[in-house]
Write a new protein. Structure first.
Length: 230
């Protein structure tokens, strides 16, 4: 009998699975269910839904780890990490991404991800990574681990901010732009989707920040979630 087979339900590593593609989410859930020491206690299709789930989950179902896709609608994995930190929820987040590039890694490192893994990895690599993170470690591509530690050490920025208590309402177009910002899209991508120039989108973002009393995209998304705008 495997040592893991005698692990009680209460001793399993509890995971909140956040993935917008249902087929991928079901596949991951099936994979994790095969492990005696891992248990999926909740599911969400994006970061905003994950925050809602966390706000009403039973104490016994409070996750030990959040396993999240990096790119999702409404609120992506990076925004979820920042939202958790803003709410004082110290949950380690492991991000899954389709694209293997240094820029995405730097974004994840800056946000505070404890894991950054490609979706193309072997199943056993994922499950071992979750155990490593649960034990207090990190699950990062070895070649970039040093870069992450350097960025984390040098990043002393305060995530707190003072937003407008009652922000001016956004126009329909501004709200549309804000929701695309929350999905992790760049100004260039938003411009292409909406048929505008990048300059126009930058102007919309500036107006959004001004109305909401925030200074950047992350703060705007967190504030929008609090206001129920996204």
């Amino acid at each position: 009998m495997s040592p893991n087979s005698v692990i009680g339900m209460s001793n399993k590593i509890k995971i909140l699975l956040v993935e917008d593609q249902q087929l991928v989410r079901e596949g991951l859930k099936g994979l994790l269910s095969l492990q005696d020491d891992l248990r999926v206690v909740g599911e969400a299709s994006d970061g905003a839904e994950a925050l809602e789930w966390l706000g009403q989950c039973a104490v016994d179902d409070t996750p030990d780890i959040v396993l999240s896709d990096m790119r999702m609608p409404r609120l992506d994995g990076l925004g979820l990490i920042r939202a958790l930190a803003a709410r004082g929820l110290r949950l380690p987040v492991v991000l899954l991404t389709t694209f293997d590039d240094a820029a995405a890694f730097d974004e994840a490192a800056s946000a505070g991800a404890r894991g950054f893994l490609l979706k193309a990895i072997r199943p056993e690599t994922l499950t071992e990574a979750l155990r490593e993170v649960h034990a207090g470690g990190t699950a990062l591509r070895p070649s970039l681990t040093t870069r992450m530690e350097a960025r984390t050490a040098s990043s002393g920025a305060d995530r707190s901010f003072t937003a407008a208590d009652r922000p001016d309402p956004l126009s329909p177009k501004e709200l549309q732009v804000l929701r695309l910002v929350a999905s992790g899209r760049s100004n260039t991508e938003i411009a292409t989707l909406l048929g505008n120039s990048e300059g126009v989108i930058k102007n919309h973002c500036s107006a959004i920040f001004s109305k909401m009393g925030v200074r950047d995209r992350t703060q705007a998304v967190l504030r929008a979630i609090d206001l129920g705008w996204i």
